[in-house]
Structure formats: C-alpha cells, structure tokens
Design a protein. Structure first.
Length: 220
C-alpha cells in the first residue's frame, strides 16, 4: 500500500498523515482545527467546515453511481484528538454479524497512527447499523501500537445516524492513545477505507488515500 502525508493545521497546529509505514509517495493537506464537535453521528455541528473529501473513487479510478455506493468524509482536530465524519450512500445495507468480520461487509475503516513511530497505529472498523438486522453502530478496534502505548487505552468515540439510505459515521480518536500532544509541526497518520457488499458475492472496497492495494495489512 502506498503512503500519504496529510498536513493539518489552519490556526494552531500542523499535523501530517500518511497511510502506512512503508510510504513510497507522500502528499500534504491542511486540516482545520474545530472546537465544539459532538460525536453524535448527525454531523450537524460540522456545518460546512472541516477538510472535505466529497468523492472517493473505485480502485480503478471510476466514479461509482451515487445511488449505489457513494463515499465522502471530513477531518478536523482539536487539542483532544482527531475527528472524522464519514458519509456513505448505499442502496443495499448488508453488515456482518461477527464483530471480527465487520470489514468483510458494509463498513468504514479508520486508520490512525504515529508519524514518528509508524508501527504505532490502530484501526477502527465501524458498521453503521443501516442494516435493519442490527439497527445500531457496532465497532471493532485493532490495536497495533507498541507495548508501552498499549498501556494507554484507545478511548475512541463513535456514533452513527442513518436516513434515506445514507449513513453518517462520526468518530473521535484521542491523541493520548498515540502519546501525542498536537502543536505546530507535529505529525500523525490517517487513512479511510469503505467497504460495500450487496450480498451478491461481489464486494467493493474503496480507499483514501491512495487506492486500496493491500488487503488486511492492518488486520488481525
């Protein structure tokens, strides 16, 4: 999997992200600092703010039909941690009943890690509950941090809201879990993957950034 770097920081900090330890390519983006965000899944308090990616392409670079599978997300941060709001339009909701297999069906994966120690990273897989068989968000955390950091729990927050075949998945990841205090020039890592399964044996996985090329590299 190729790597990225994402610079964040409009007013008070500059944070950098890349997708994996084996980064071959890099790119920087500026992400705004936002206060007053509540992780309730609605996304209403974001307004028009945040670093926005409104379209995530398929692995072959094609634009998917919006009513079939359409993925976008936002990023923001404050002194407590990193916030992300993923928005997924999906005409058929089909989620895995097994928490350890959520990523095999409809779900969003958030990867967060340390730039200075790339092996210190964790992955949150979240199924929104759009599938009526479940009706609420379910999550599984995969922790790949060093033993010293594992002494600090990843006290993430996640919530979802579903309306008209559109799922909003909002998540918060504390800097403390990375032994991290944000300031101008500090760095960390991020990647988002979204999975779609219409129960027809032909699943789809899209990613930012870049296209999803390595299956399961951060999974157990």
């Amino acid at each position: 999997m190729k790597g990225i770097r994402i610079g964040i920081g409009i007013t008070a900090a500059l944070l950098m992200f890349f997708s994996t330890a084996a980064a071959q390519e890099s790119k920087s983006f500026r992400i705004p600092r936002i206060s007053g965000l509540n992780v309730d899944g609605s996304g209403a308090d974001w307004g028009e703010s945040g670093f926005r990616v409104d379209l995530v392409l398929s692995p072959d670079g094609k634009v998917l039909p919006a009513d079939d599978f359409d993925v976008g997300f936002r990023l923001a941060w404050n002194e407590k941690g990193l916030y992300s709001l993923a928005v997924v339009q999906d005409d058929i909701s089909f989620e895995h009943e097994n928490l350890s297999r959520l990523w095999r069906r409809d779900s969003v994966e958030f990867f967060v890690g340390s730039k200075t120690a790339p092996s210190d990273r964790f992955q949150l897989v979240a199924a929104s509950g759009a599938d009526p068989n479940f009706g609420k968000i379910r999550c599984r955390l995969y922790d790949h941090r060093s033993e010293s950091l594992k002494k600090i729990p990843v006290e993430y927050e996640a919530s979802s809201f579903v309306e008209n075949n559109k799922a909003y998945i909002e998540a918060f990841f504390p800097w403390a879990a990375l032994g991290f205090s944000p300031e101008m020039g500090s760095e960390c890592t991020f990647q988002l993957v979204a999975n779609d399964d219409d129960n027809d044996g032909d699943g789809l996985r899209v990613a930012w950034f870049p296209s999803y090329e390595s299956k399961g590299s951060w999974r157990e």
